[in-house]
Write a protein that binds this ligand. Structure first.
Ligand SMILES: CC(C)(COP(=O)(O)OP(=O)(O)OC[C@H]1O[C@@H](n2cnc3c(N)ncnc32)[C@H](O)[C@@H]1OP(=O)(O)O)[C@@H](O)C(=O)NCCC(=O)NCCS
Length: 152
């Protein structure tokens, strides 16, 4: 899986040596705080759920997913470096992951997103995700999450 070689960049699997850049993008783009040990634990449980997008060797985006149940995947962390947004990179990572899930017998994908993250909600809706519930005080700053879900 994970072979996309456009003229612009490429999707590849995460490697342990990518951790510092992933934490840097996460720190600039996501509001929750993530540690390298948490990320490595997730990686050890499901390496296929980890992809990065690199341009000339520099990681500019990543997606970290887990197996929620044997048939359901869950997107846990997903971010494109700010300077590279709105160029179709998030779409490439999403389509690659959905194709992988489809080929590997998954039935659905779920995720949580901050209720005020209009950009991400618009992005996920574009790929057919629908809001299924609201989780009160889900995040560490006590803000709410929407659960979004898609049958693949
Ligand atoms: C959400 C995110 C990953 C999207 O990545 P991206 O590479 O910028 O998205 P793409 O360029 O592939 O956009 C695909 C489509 O999503 C929608 N979209 C993306 N950014 C949008 C924006 N700012 N406003 C409205 N719609 C948007 C559009 O439909 C877009 O298609 P179009 O450009 O043809 O109109 C990116 O904005 C990001 O990293 N945000 C900060 C981190 C974050 O919120 N992560 C999600 C946590 S749950």
């Amino acid at each position: 899986m994970h072979i996309d070689t456009s003229q612009y960049g490429m999707i590849r699997q995460f490697q342990r040596s990518d951790i510092d850049r992933i934490l840097e993008i996460a720190g600039n783009s996501l509001t929750e705080y993530y540690t390298s040990s948490l990320i490595f634990d997730l990686f050890d449980s499901w390496q296929d759920g980890f992809t990065v997008y690199a341009i000339e060797g520099e990681i500019v985006a990543f997606m970290i997913c887990a197996r929620n149940t044997p048939n359901e995947a869950r997107i846990l962390m997903f971010a494109v470096d700010e300077a590279h947004r709105r160029q179709g990179i998030g779409e490439k990572l999403m389509l690659d992951f959905l194709a992988f899930c489809r080929q590997n017998g998954f039935i659905s994908v779920k995720l949580e997103v901050k209720t005020d993250n209009e950009v991400a909600i618009a992005f996920y809706k574009r790929f057919g995700f629908v809001i299924t519930s609201r989780l009160r005080a889900y995040y560490s700053d006590a803000s709410d999450a929407f659960t979004m879900w898609k049958i693949i």
